[in-house]
Design a binder for this molecule. Structure first.
Ligand code: DX5
Ligand code: ZN
Length: 257
């Protein structure tokens, strides 16, 4: 949910700007179960179960067998999922030339569409196209892609997805170097007051979500870390307790959606 904001007066240090307070938002951090680890023979039940368990968004991994060595699902499945859940569908495109598929995935009911900087030479125009379709755009970086790939478009996006495993499969181990990358991006966001959320994807579990959250992550994608646990509700409430002490602060009124 993109709701759950509390407005507080002033910036982090409580400064005044002229006679008016500058406002900041304390946003809820979000838990995004990745259906890649769900039981696909009971996909509907699985999605409803994580919704009831308290998930904020449903993460949908789209793979083309070219950009990554795995093939998963297309717009048809997104359309089916849309009918099953009222949660936003966070569609992660791990495909070459993502611009070719923006429209079908938007029409299928994606709320967010994220695409990889490594395979998108026209980031700015794809961001614009996604937004024109009333979908929230986000740019994804692989573990080995430096943050500087984002610099030209940081002011234009509201969502960055940092991969903490090499994309393609669920169940891999979190790459520890991601923590520094998150910290560096968090610093840039805070210094420039960009209204930007950091999503982190791969190898996150109850055991390490605290570090990812402390480093500055806002949205946490978990496949195995939720779907391979016994009690989704119990797992999600544990995750929430761990991340609760680190709220996200961001400026209000410059939302990029
Ligand atoms: C990997 C996908 C992830 C994956 C996460 O390419 O983008 O979303 O499903 O799964 P876990 O949490 O098991 O690493
Ligand atoms: Zn993903």
């Amino acid at each position: 949910m993109d709701v759950g904001c509390v407005r507080l007066p002033a910036g982090r240090q409580g400064e005044r700007t002229g006679v008016r307070f500058r406002f900041i938002e304390v946003s809820m951090k979000k838990i995004a179960p990745s259906i890649l680890s769900a039981d696909f023979s009971r996909l509907g039940e699985e999605v409803r179960a994580v919704e009831e368990a308290g998930a904020d968004v449903i993460h949908v991994d789209v793979m083309d067998g070219h950009f990554v060595p795995n093939i998963t699902i297309g717009p048809l499945v997104v359309e089916g999922l849309k009918k099953l859940t009222s949660l936003p569908l966070d569609v992660h495109l791990m495909i070459e030339k993502p611009e070719r598929y923006i429209e079908p995935f938007a029409q299928a009911g994606s709320a967010w569409l994220t695409f990889h900087a490594e395979v998108c030479s026209r980031l700015r125009s794809v961001i614009k196209k996604v937004r024109q379709l009333n979908v929230r755009p986000g740019v994804v970086l692989n573990p080995s892609t430096p943050l500087k790939a984002l610099y030209p478009i940081l002011e234009e996006i509201g969502l960055v997805l940092l991969m903490s495993v090499n994309p393609g499969f669920s169940g891999q181990s979190f790459i520890p170097a991601t923590l520094k990358k998150i910290e560096r991006l968090r610093k840039i966001i805070d210094q420039n007051r960009y209204p930007l959320e950091i999503e982190v994807d791969g190898g996150i579990k109850v055991e390490n979500i605290g570090e990812v959250s402390r480093a500055g992550g806002d949205i946490f994608v978990l496949g195995t870390g939720i779907f391979k646990t016994k009690d989704y509700k119990e797992t999600i409430s544990q995750l929430r307790q761990i991340i609760a002490p680190h709220p996200t602060l961001s400026p209000v009124g410059r939302g990029k959606g």
